[in-house]
Write a protein of this length. Sequence first.
Length: 592
Amino acid sequence: MTQAALPQQLDLSKILKAPYVHPYEIIKELPADALRGARITLINMPIREQAKPNNGPLGPALLASRLMSYGARVTLVDLNAYRIKDAIARNRRLANGRMLEPDEVAGLLERTFAEAGDQDLIGMSGLITTLRWQEDVAAMCRRLQPGALLATGGGLATEFREVLFNWIPELDAVAHSEGDEVVVKMAWDARLIRERGLDHAVNSGKLAPYLRDVIDGRPRLLYEGGRPSNLDGIPLPAWDLLRADVDGYPILETYLGNPIWGLEAQNSSATPFAMKRSINTVSSRGCPFACKFCFRGAQGERNYGVRSAADLAAEITYHVEKYGLDFIGISDDNFMVNPKRIADLVPILKPVIEETGVRWGTHGRLDEAADLRPGKSGFNAIRRVDKMREAGCVYIGFGAESASPRVLEYMGKGGFILANGTVEVNGYQVPRTMIEGVKATKQADIHGNCTWIMGYPGETLEDLKASVAFIRWQEELYTQGLQPGSTEYESNRSSVNKRMFVATAYPGTEMFKDPHVCAMLEKTFDIRFDPKTNNPVADKNFHNYVLELNDATKMLESEDGRPFNCSNMSDETFLEARGHIDNDETFKILEM
Ligand code: B12
Ligand code: SF4
């Protein structure tokens, strides 16, 4: 059925113009057992093959629990959990093993559906870097489960929305933003379509307000998520669904046993301490700041919302007891925005920490750690980092990004970070707030791990050297008074992150819209921009670009091998600097 063949009684123009309705307004009328018997599979896409899987699929696990609270039967397939150690992995030098190959994924899905039965809804979930996998998995699901509503949500879906219907033609539905509540309506629609047929579902008007079109007998639904009114009301993630896959593979144990942060995690999150059993959660969503390279659409953009101290403590206590954990990774975008909440955490978390010995870590900003009164010389009376340590925090990941004031301004990160001027370290002027933030965190006995970006638009070699000089200062601070060559010296030295991400223009970010970046995208990847909207044209070239996106440590290249270099460094200088970082010789940049 094409759009022209839509039933007359459906006024599509009204639907297309329908204003945003918060999903809660739609699902609040549903009875508690509205999804009893509905069968739903959520599939998490793989990322970072080179590293051990260490972040449980929190988004899908939260959605699963929500769906189960309405009576649905949910299956969670986590394609990110597998690292197979075999000859293929050895040939590809993947020490931690390889992901499943596409034919193995198809087999896994086939066995899963054979056991779970025909599904009403299949929901894929994944970051922007999972387009290729979502294309493959969609084709498999459509073949194996032709009657299921096939949907995608999460990072990729939030950035590209309707465009995904072109890139993944098997899709019936795309959901953007926080899916906690809208997923309930999606499941309800899926069951209606399956039980009563698409024509009935369309004619009944019950697919409103999300139905956009019907093409070739399949619906096109665009679901608009939103922040749940009470983040404390969200059911705990359904981790137990991951105890074993259809073949008995222990998914959950894999995550629990792989450290979420630290050198062993093989990411940019070095730590001087180790953990045995860890799991991840989030305690806040969104971030009020607006750094230009950062995408927060799937978490509520600048709308910062928090779970209460009591709610977080209850989850920690429950999971520590249940899974025997010694560490919790609270992977908020920015945990530290609200000093009062941090102060509230202390009396509630302290006893939990004392009783169980569990420790935790999170993400924040160096200005929040420094807690300097802008424009004045002193610290705020109570520093957030001190309170966090009291509450059991031992690790904070800081997106330092650059120590050059100019570059921080370009990144939209200048404001608070530059409010206290600069100081000289190792011959470079760097923000005083960043220096004080690192020192305050160390004084609080928390490991502060800074992550860095090189090659941001406008960055010169001197700017990059300022970041490297800062890292050197950090290493000096961490090894002060220790005997060179001693175990503690080496451990502290290597706990200072010296890797750098390459500035990557992820679509949907302000950076991607920067005129210079657009020009570079046009030049390097032949991406075209609509002159009226400035949006990229969703053609083959843009599609290819998105397929290329991966870890931000990956340097993107044109087909003829030119680096995607948006900085003010020549390609030669840029590549030389990148080479030093990749060879673990970041300080050599200071000699360039
Ligand atoms: C942990 C984390 C990681 C982990 C693992 C992520 C994973 N396995 O999913 C690691 C460290 C590996 C990682 C890597 C990267 N990450 Co990351 N990461 C995060 C972080 C800090 C937490 C993720 C999380 O648990 N969120 C909480 C859950 C509840 O949210 P959620 O997964 O988004 O799910 C909600 C919605 O999206 C939606 N939803 C999700 N799935 C579905 C499915 C359906 C059907 C529906 C209806 C709804 C829905 O509903 C959920 C509940 O509201 C986020 C920041 C953040 N706080 O979200 C960044 C974040 C997701 N990462 C980001 C980026 C850019 C990256 C990298 C590309 C960059 C890099 N530094 O190299 C790499 C990708 C590497 C690669 N090779 O692909 C971006 C956005 C990416 C995007 N648009 O997809 C984020 C948002 C950070 C930011 N602010 O810029 N990341
Ligand atoms: S980079 Fe960090 S501080 Fe900046 S907007 Fe993103 S989450 Fe917020």
